[in-house]
Ligand binder design. Sequence first.
Ligand code: NAD
Ligand code: MG
Length: 384
Amino acid sequence: MTRSLSILGATGSIGASTLDLIRRERGAWRVVALTANGNAADLARLAREFAAEVAVVADEASLPALRAALAGSGIAAAGGASALVEAASRPVDLTVAAIVGCAGLAPTMAAIEQGRTVALANKEALVSAGAVMTAAVERHGTTLLPMDSEHNAIFQCLAAGDLAHVRAITLTASGGPFRDWSAEQLAAATPQQAIKHPNWAMGAKISVDSATMFNKGLELIEAHHLFPVGLEKLRIVVHPQSVVHSMVEYRDGSTLAQLGPSDMRVPIASCLAWPSRMDTPCAPLDLAALGELTFRAPDEARFPATRLCRQAAEAGGAVPAVLNAANEVAVAAFLAGQIGFTRIAVTVEELLARYAPAAAATLGDVIAVDAEARSRMRQMMELV
Ligand code: NAD
Ligand code: MG
């Protein structure tokens, strides 16, 4: 039986890994919508290869190039924010939400409102919209499958028990490329060094987030919404080998962990095949060759991001949306060479101290807080 699928953010790292698996089981899938930001050439190539129904660029300026590249293919081309939401609302069995940043929020919500299955990689959307998104999942009876490797690991470990019996959930963190750097070295870290992750090949934004540990902090907030056991039961441990992807400890003292190669195709396959299983081309784990798995406590003096994220989650409401927006602006400024690496966390903390947002009850409220936080952050950083 074929299943229908859309990928929001098809040209990115998660999009490519997803399509790599789809390519291997071509007959099992019918591709409906593929989307990108502005990369019309790559998007058109993928849309043709997978015979998509529609290809959408979020950046309307790229639409003429997309139209030209798809001419004669019979594939519809569209552009702009509302076209993206329209494409995300086309009925499909499974939507892979893999846009980076809060830009993915509205289309991800449109996919959730279908009431089918959404595999979520786009953590920033859940961090920003928290309660609004989980309420929509509930209201529409949507199945939300976590694609982020840690959350996918936790999801798998929770199949063996019940949330009510969970004593603690531990997210593992590689610690990023700078985990052993001194404060002085961190202050001088370059974008090129930050995007060179030791274990995972990922998009630029999440690579910087891994280096600052904002990624783990955002994941803590993500876990808080996906697995409501209470913030006090969520922990983080640094595990440089990225083999144990996260753990669930039950009240009787049993800890379940999910292990696997550091290849996103494993959690992606888990979502694509769920509740069944599928083959992946990933090399099996060879624990004897790995020899040792090590763990250590995070250092929040050098990497304050996890503390900031925990505080934002405790504050609740729209505070995590402000934190996320501030981080997105700071990461972009760092990648553009406008601020130093350690300024990312410092400026995020500054904005959180200055801007206490009103509670956000609707998608529109969250998007407004996100926009306001971005504009204040740019002003504060004198980027405007
Ligand atoms: P990426 O930068 O490689 O790809 C992002 C995708 O989103 C691209 O298709 C891009 O065209 C699209 N996009 C970017 N800006 C957009 C905008 N303003 N509007 C619409 N589309 C836009 O990113 P990635 O590494 O694939 O990460 C995607 C998401 O998955 C992120 O939220 C990230 O945190 C999460 N994630 C990624 C990994 C990984 O290994 N790459 C692992 C876990 C979670
Ligand atoms: Mg992750």
